[in-house]
Design a protein around this ligand. Structure first.
Ligand SMILES: C[S@@+](CC[C@H](N)C(=O)[O-])C[C@H]1O[C@@H](n2cnc3c(N)ncnc32)[C@H](O)[C@@H]1O
Length: 268
């Protein structure tokens, strides 16, 4: 592995924090270097100092840097109880007369989360008068491109029960790999935007029924987390739900929310 000078690493960490809110401690050095090296190979750059100089001069490269740095691990129906919970809540809201449903997958990565959400809500509310929109946002343009294409290989499709897969996806013919692509009825419910969660206020007005903000706050420090949670609170409707990853501790930061069950909070 190529060496990096401390000053160069510190400046890269600073730029990542300023542009994404992602905190990279010294323990992340090996990981960061491996990921940035990949990006450097694409650009034909041979050392970290040269990459930093390039980045300082071409600030648009920050998008490439963040694409390289971000961890996009996700899966369909990850933490399935979250989806069961929202399907049930949506059913109750429908029964009480609600017809317009707005959800936000705040760090949607490659799309498995917003499409899982779209499937469960559509299954729970198979009625023609339902107006459903799921906003999927992420900072990674590469992840968003996959999300928008909505085509997944067999491995990624594995958590999707066959009945749901056949209803909401169709096999893509003529590809070397076996791919399943979301049908228009599912894709049309999801809209995509590149958005940086560390720089609220966000352009949406709300009110939102639920926000999935899962497995992203782990990369932020408390300052960024607190700002983001305040913004989630502003955007949710009273009684709307904030769903976070089970590994995310929001202790001391969720005064505006009522605890419902582990990793699920309700706007008071
Ligand atoms: C581990 S994935 C989580 C995906 C999904 N929410 C889940 O739980 O399966 C984290 C995602 O957060 C995104 N991310 C990191 N920092 C971000 C920021 N400042 N603004 C928006 N998205 C960010 C990454 O690009 C990545 O796609």
């Amino acid at each position: 592995m190529m060496d990096i000078r401390k000053k160069t690493f510190d400046r890269l960490v600073e730029i990542v924090y300023e542009t994404s809110g992602i905190s990279l401690g010294p323990r992340k050095q090996a990981l960061v270097c491996a990921r940035v090296s990949k990006r450097m190979r694409v650009l034909g750059i041979g050392c970290f100092d040269e990459y930093l100089a390039y980045l300082e001069e071409h600030r648009g490269e920050v998008v490439g840097l963040l694409d390289a740095i971000s961890t996009n691990v996700t899966s369909f129906f990850r933490e399935p109880h979250h989806f069961d919970f929202i399907a049930e809540a949506a059913g109750l809201w429908y029964e009480s007369g609600q017809r317009r449903f707005r959800f936000w997958s705040a760090a949607s990565s490659t799309g498995e989360e917003p499409y899982s959400l779209a499937m469960v809500v559509k299954e729970a509310l198979p009625f023609p008068d339902v107006d459903l929109r799921i906003l999927a946002t992420d900072i990674s343009t590469e992840a968003l491109a996959v999300c928008e294409d909505a085509a997944y290989d067999l491995g990624r499709m594995e958590p999707v029960p066959a009945a749901l897969r056949d209803r909401w996806f169709s096999p893509v013919r003529g590809t070397a790999q076996s791919l399943w692509q979301a049908k228009p009825a599912l894709r049309d419910a999801v809209v995509f935007r590149r958005m940086n969660l560390s720089t609220p206020p966000f352009p949406m007005t709300g009110p939102l029924d639920a926000i999935f903000c899962r497995n992203v706050m782990i990369y932020f420090d408390d300052v960024v987390r607190r700002r983001l949670l305040e913004e989630c609170n502003r955007l949710l409707k009273p009684g709307g739900f904030l769903v976070v990853g089970h590994a995310e501790s929001l202790a001391g930061m969720i005064a505006d929310f009522k605890y419902v069950r582990p990793s699920i909070y309700r706007k008071a």
